[in-house]
Ligand binder design. Sequence first.
Ligand SMILES: C[S@@+](CC[C@H](N)C(=O)[O-])C[C@H]1O[C@@H](n2cnc3c(N)ncnc32)[C@H](O)[C@@H]1O
Length: 245
Amino acid sequence: MDEEPNEKGIHQWLDVDEFPEHLKKYWHQRFKIWQDYNKGIWMTEDGWFGVTPEPIANKIAAHLAESAPKDKTIIIDAFAGVGGNSIAFARSERWEQVFAIEKDTKAMKCAKHNAKVYGVDKKIVWVTGDCFDVISRRFSGKTNVIIFASPPWGGTEYSAEDVFDLTKMEPYNLNKLVQSFSMHSKHIVLYLPRTSDLNQIARYAPEGKKLEVTHYCMMGASKALCVYFGDFNFDVDETEEKSPA
Ligand SMILES: C[S@@+](CC[C@H](N)C(=O)[O-])C[C@H]1O[C@@H](n2cnc3c(N)ncnc32)[C@H](O)[C@@H]1O
């Protein structure tokens, strides 16, 4: 795409010499993060730390498409960032509506543009604002909504500990996320650090039930995990779906 960003803080880095030195590792990973990077992806500096790499975003979108109850027709990407997950949800074509909420206006501009690069910008409803506020204003009382949330993990130091303490996640800890979102949907998916404390997560399992936790890997190594709250069905037997010979 020819369109170039014309706002400070939004970049279309196509040349390694222009790329910020402190982010260099992301330059080497750019095609793993965005397969269509050279078609004109826009990024903010912070966007690199949080963006969900395209293969992982696609896998999550596929898992959600397969496992979510059929009567759930709206997916909300509560922390849309530069668009990684929203784009994947729109491309999966599973949802009647994909809502992308993001409070940072520059990240939001990148997300909209990146969705255009992938040909799905018109399939997403874009809302700039605070997700807790937007969700309670627009989705209160709705029963057909799934909330996907890839919150900030509190900076780049999250991987320093062997086990990541979700009570200390900044600026929203696990309890804040679960409490706030569960007021509006029983179907919530949280994208969290791969080292997240599973004992802390298990405390939110309904009595007598388990929560599904899935690790998402690239090149054999886990990059992050998703916790699925609600009635997701991961036991789809593919042989059952085939018609009898
Ligand atoms: C980890 S990033 C999300 C990355 C996204 N999944 C992607 O692929 O680009 C978290 C994002 O949440 C945004 N954010 C933080 N607090 C928010 C809030 N209360 N409402 C909406 N967005 C928020 C940040 O600006 C940041 O862009």
